[in-house]
Structures are given as C-alpha cells and as structure tokens.
Design a protein around this ligand. Structure first.
Ligand code: PLP
Length: 396
C-alpha cells in the first residue's frame, strides 16, 4: 500500500506514547502515578454537563452552521473582552477542540517555504503542522533565567526575509511561562515591523496565578494580523467534549470556514450548547480549580527543589512544572529521556522528558500537577528514591 509522503512530515505528542506505556504497566497490575497527560483533574462543571444533556434531549443533534452556532460565536466574542480583545461573532470560528483551530490556521496561513517562528521547548504540534503545511519551523529559545517568557531579541535575531509568522503560546506548555505587558508590546512591534502574522495559542489563558488575562491581539494594530487559538478543554475541564475556536481577522473567516466545511462540516451541535453554558454561566468552578492548582504547584515545586540535583522555577500559569534535572543527569551520565523511561519502568511515575517539546527541553522533565496532592507526594517520594539510588551509567 502507498500513501502520500506528506504524512511523513507529521510529528506527534510523546504524551500519548508515555500514556500507552503507563497503561501497559497498569494492565500488568502496577499502580502508576500519572503526571504525563495535560488535563485538569476537576470534572466538567455540572451546569455545563446539564446544558449538553439538555441539548441532546431537545434534539439538537443535527448539523450546525459550519462556523458555529451563532449564540456560541457571540458568547465567545463577548468573552474576549476579558483579555482586552474587541471582536464580533463574525471573527469567531468554532472547532472540535483547539487543535483543529491550530491546524486550520496553519493550513490557511503557511505557504511552501515560509519560515514560522516556534517556541523551543514548545507544544510539539506547532512544528508538526508548520511542516505539514509546507513551511519551515524556526525555533526560538525560551530561557529559564527569564522565567521562560518569549525573549524578544532572540526572536528578532531569527527573522529572515522568508519569515512569515510567529507562534506564541502564553501561558506556555511545557514551562508555564507568561509574558510581561512590555514583552507583549515588544512582540507586537516586531510582528508589525516585519509584517508577520501571529498565531496566539491561549488555551491556558484562564490558568494564571497572577489573575491577569491578556492577549497580543488586544494591542494596537494586532487584530488584523493575529489568529487566536483557544478552547474549552483546559479552563472548563472539557478535554473529551472537543470544543475550541479560532478568532480570525474578518477576511480570513470565509476561507477558513470553507476549510472547516471540507474537513469537519461543523462541531457537534449539542457540545456547542454546553460551551454557551460554560461561558455565560457561573465561573466559580474555574476560580476554584485555579486556586487548587496553585496549591498543587507550590507543593510540587517545593518537593522537587528539596531533591539534590533538581531545581524548579515556580511557573506563572498552566498546570505544568518544568524541573531542571541536569544536576542528576550530569552526575549519572543519563539522558533526560532515559531518566523519564526508567522512572516509569522502575518507580511507576509517568512524566515526559523535556526533549518531547524540542531540543531546548534537554535536561528537563515536564510534569502535569493537575492531580490529587497525595499523588504528587507519592511521585515526589518515588523520584527522591530513584535519584538517590541512581548510579552513574556508561555513556547513555
Ligand atoms: N495548545 C496547547 C498548547 C496545548 O497544550 C493543547 C493540549 O494539550 C492544545 C492546544 C489542544 O487543546 P484541545 O484539547 O482543545 O485540542
């Protein structure tokens, strides 16, 4: 059987590979601590579930308009005011999750040989979709000493005459980094000076411990060159519902809708009604989740920093820690990936090697702390045991 070569350009998410290995251990009777998959541990808020069920019972089970149910597009447009973005329903395209919004934006914006600036470390799907669309990902580094905020000078250095776009992800997966207002303004200036479009992935926007919401699209001159990618998965704990959206400059809305018609027809109609309830109903479950996540973050960061050879900055948003384990790796000669594999095999703690997010993740792990505090304690005890027992290995 022959298939198209473009499939070879696709990358994947290591999280699913590690999840499969962890499930195998569970099937063999072991108890695994799961810190690999990035999803909130709270259930979907009950009023949101209720709205979805009611929509099903009311017979909202047929095709919706391709760009989304008008009430949801309107609710999304209104919700953007919280981050300072002025938009109307016409700017909003509803998608089955944030990923299809990202994928559609990449297909819509990237022409062959375009260079697109992507964070390293960063969500691996950026590089994958840039290549799939025929473009060339150009990594820009994120530096721990700058709390993993995008470094404007480092990004500027990588701009060439072929650079067409910049992908931002704030708060950032895997580091939890955010940008200061000054950094965001400098990035907006850069995009305008070099005529770049920006894909701004804001899926963790509600999970910020300083309580701020922002978006590069809110800055003067940016709405016409920014596509916001966002969704309900993380903030409303709706990962399995598959509901997301893109906010696009008006001229892109029709062509991107055509892309959606070709690809998904529409997003599940009853799910969109759940989304309306999420946006327009009480937000206390989200606030409670963020407060709980902050406590978990502090517990994990303090526990990791008490282990010799590991240092961890306290992330400003999202629900990931990105500990630097280079002290342990240097002492033992292990590579980060082997560390993560052995931690799972020997201690049954599932984490991701930082390199799952690009070469800039070397010497780090990504740990999702959206779980029971007792699980975090269990993981910490296991990591401490593991690190203390680790002997230097022959070249890894
Ligand atoms: N963007 C980032 C940075 C993510 O971490 C994720 C999920 O892990 C997504 C997008 C995808 O979100 P969704 O589940 O809504 O497709």
């Amino acid at each position: 059987m022959h298939w198209a070569g473009r499939l070879d350009t696709l990358g994947t998410e290591q999280a699913y590979v590690v999840l499969a290995a962890a499930k195998q251990l569970e099937a063999a009777g072991h108890r695994v601590v799961h810190l690999e998959i990035g999803e909130p541990d709270m259930p979907t808020p009950p009023h949101v579930v209720e709205a979805g069920v009611r929509a099903l019972r009311d017979g909202l089970t047929r095709y919706a308009l391709a760009a989304g149910v008008p009430e949801l597009r309107d609710a999304i447009a209104r919700s953007l005011a919280l981050r300072g973005v002025q938009a109307t329903a016409e700017n909003v395209l509803v998608t089955p999750g944030a990923k299809p919004a990202l994928f559609s934006a990449a297909l819509a914006l990237i022409a062959p040989a375009d260079e697109v600036l992507c964070p390293d470390p960063g969500f691996p799907i950026y590089e994958s979709v840039v290549r799939f669309a025929g473009g060339r990902p150009v990594y820009y580094p994120l530096d721990e000493t700058r709390q993993f905020a995008p470094h404007v000078a480092a990004i500027a250095e990588r701009i060439t005459p072929r650079t067409r776009g910049l992908i931002l992800n704030l708060p950032h997966n895997p580091t939890g980094g955010v940008a200061t207002p000054e950094e965001l303004a400098a990035l907006a200036g850069l995009a305008q000076r070099h005529d770049l479009w920006v894909i701004s992935d804001e899926v963790y926007g509600q999970i910020r411990y300083d309580g701020r919401r922002d978006s590069i699209a809110a800055l003067p001159g940016m709405t016409d060159r920014t596509v916001i990618v966002d969704g309900f998965s993380k903030g409303y704990s709706m990962t399995g519902w598959r509901l997301g959206y893109a906010v696009v400059p008006r001229p892109l809305a029709d062509p991107m809708t055509t892309l959606l018609i070709n690809n998904v027809s529409c997003t599940a109609t009853f799910v969109q009604y759940a989304g309306i309830a999420a946006l327009t109903g009480p937000q206390d479950a989200v606030a409670r989740m963020v407060t709980g996540l902050k406590t978990k973050r502090d517990r994990l960061v303090a526990g990791l920093n008490a282990i010799a050879g590991i240092t961890t900055a306290s992330p400003a948003g999202a629900f990931y820690c990105f500990p630097d384990i280079s002290g342990v790796l240097e002492r033992t000669g292990l590579a980060g990936r082997s560390f993560a594999e052995r931690l799972l095999a020997e201690q049954h703690v599932a984490v991701l090697a930082g390199t799952a997010f690009g070469p800039g993740g070397e010497g780090h792990l990504r740990m999702c702390y959206a779980t029971d505090p007792a699980e975090l304690d269990r993981a910490l005890a296991a990591i401490r045991r593991f690190v203390e027992k680790l002997e230097p290995v022959a070249a890894d």
